[in-house]
Design a protein around this ligand. Structure first.
Ligand code: SAM
Length: 281
């Protein structure tokens, strides 16, 4: 059992001669309370877990010690292969690691029914990773994602309508998921210390049958926020459709901005846009 994670992490860094790479977001977590809190929030026992970016493997070993049924770890940096092999030797039956970029990883290959996803995410991929996982829910089913992200990203994801952080990311994530902020994490919990604060969030699918074309919905949201300060009508004029009719059918005031439209409003615009396109209006 690992007791003092800061010393353990320093030993691992020394033993494997790890030189943290900034471009891969390598800020390693050593804070025992934060690690325990992540493990408790995931509730790993008897679950099939995917961990993104195991790195030196402290969180990884904790997941295994707490009796996950299986753990698949996906790590881009092959210099961690030596320590991941060591973990594999200890947990032969239920641990697998892959050296792969998670953004290109084809989740179709996975065989288990339902996963929980855990990660102290590298800052540079947190938004594309979350958007990818939300889109592939038809390919693999995941129950919960417990993710450490930059505080500012957590604020964008959980932003309320009408605030400066409310935008495409808030809408895409909240469309069919519940999101909770679990805890804030200071730079001193990592080696090396990042320049920004972090937040652990939990994203849980709502599993509503939305009956929408998600590609069209995403296109509409993207266009509506393409110039935040513009009126919704002016942004939507980029579409080849009758914007006034579209907004009238959707019961949206053409003079308001995208940041004042809730998810239901975007759903109405999206459905009516599909209808008008089919009718060639
Ligand atoms: N899990 C470790 C911890 O909590 O201390 C390391 C977390 S560190 C913030 C991010 C990890 O993700 C690093 O190990 C990094 O090499 C890895 N990583 C970066 N980009 C990745 C990518 N595209 N796919 C998979 N892993 C990636």
């Amino acid at each position: 059992m690992i007791k003092n994670y800061e010393n353990s992490l320093r030993e691992i860094i020394k033993e494997y001669n790890i030189k943290p790479k900034k471009k891969l977001g390598q800020n390693f977590l050593h804070d025992k309370n934060i690690i325990s809190s992540i493990i408790n929030n995931v509730n790993v026992k008897d679950e099939d877990i995917i961990e993104i970016g195991p790195g030196p493997g402290i969180l990884t070993e904790n997941i295994l010690e707490n009796k996950a049924r299986s753990l698949l770890a996906i790590e881009k940096d092959d210099s961690f292969e030596v320590n991941l092999k060591k973990i594999k030797n200890k947990y032969k039956d239920n641990f697998i690691y892959l050296i792969h970029d998670v953004i290109d990883f084809d989740f179709n290959k996975l065989t288990k029914k339902e996963y929980k996803i855990v990660s102290n995410l590298p800052y540079n991929i947190s938004v594309p990773f979350i958007l990818k996982m939300i889109k592939i829910r038809k390919v693999i089913s995941w129950k919960d994602m417990i993710l450490m992200v930059q505080k500012e990203v957590a604020e964008r994801i959980t932003a309320n309508i009408g605030t400066k952080n409310y935008g495409r990311l808030s809408i895409m994530v909240n469309l069919n998921n519940d999101v909770k902020k679990l805890l804030n994490v200071k730079p001193s919990s990592f080696i090396p210390k990042p320049k920004v604060d972090s937040t652990v969030i939990k994203i849980s699918p709502k599993n509503k049958n939305l009956k929408i074309n998600e590609e069209v919905f995403e296109k509409i949201v993207k266009i509506c926020f393409s110039q935040r300060r513009k009126k919704i009508k002016n942004n939507l004029d980029q579409l080849n459709t009758n914007t006034s009719l579209l907004l009238e059918l959707s019961n949206i005031d053409p003079n308001i901005r995208a940041e004042n439209i809730n998810i239901e409003g975007f759903l109405r615009i999206s459905k009516n846009y599909e209808k008008l396109t089919k009718e060639n209006l």
